[in-house]
Design a protein around this ligand. Sequence first.
Ligand code: NAP
Length: 255
Amino acid sequence: MSEQAGGVERPFRPGSRRVLVLGGTAEARELADTLTTRGHHVTTSLAGRTRDPRLPAGEVRSGGFGGAEGLAAALRHIDLLVDATHPFAARMTDHAARAAAATGVPWVVLRRPGWSAQPGDRWARVPTTGAAAGALGDAGSVFLAIGRQGVHHFAALEQVRLVRAIEPPDVLPPHAHLVLARGPFALDDERALLAEHRIDTIVAKDSGGATEAKLVAAREAGVVVVLVDRPAPPGGAEIVSSADAAAGWVESTPN
Ligand code: NAP
């Protein structure tokens, strides 16, 4: 037996699930690739803010759902929901929790582990991006490595000399040089960037994952890192920390 979807003939596999993956991360792509290979019907949802995003296997939809209610409506033909958004995409995660509760669709949060300080690290943890901006008093030359969102908190700060993001932020601090680039970045390139801009302090989110090279380069050079803590996931959320574990959850969860 087979079924027709998007003009492509796909084999039907008993036990095949219809999975909605809320994406925007490397782990979401890895999960979609794994589940598609195993014969599940995967739709990955992207926010639609990045031009030319890296696409996973399976179907892809783009753009907001229109709040938790819109997501609940989209779950009508879905068996299982995996929230594999970035650890800082707190609103989408909140909507996933509410839509899953409203519809009874089983859901899981795929969240890669955060980073842990190593000997030699000079880290200051802060609870929010706004708090990071407030903590920069005499921080020397600052590199903002928080992406596009949240740069407005630093808009008036003269210490910020370097901003890196995939897409341009709406505002830039007065003395900031903008680098448009998409990670992960090689350690040698991070070393060179810190040296070129004579960086004393990096502001980063505790995203975890493969963008760690900047932290290694900072450790080597004695550069301070102001690390923004992740928002807490919604109470009661089941959390897995890898694409493999999420694939296991999909295949072991009754629906
Ligand atoms: P957010 O603040 O939690 O979400 C804002 C709104 O964007 C949501 O209410 C939703 O709109 C829409 N949205 C977010 N993720 C979506 C998705 N995967 N599919 C469809 N709609 C989505 O999210 P954010 O921090 O702006 O992040 C946006 C996207 O970028 C996410 O997919 C995330 O994984 C990725 N990302 C974020 C960061 C970061 O630092 N925040 C870093 C790297 C990648 P509706 O209410 O209309 O449904």
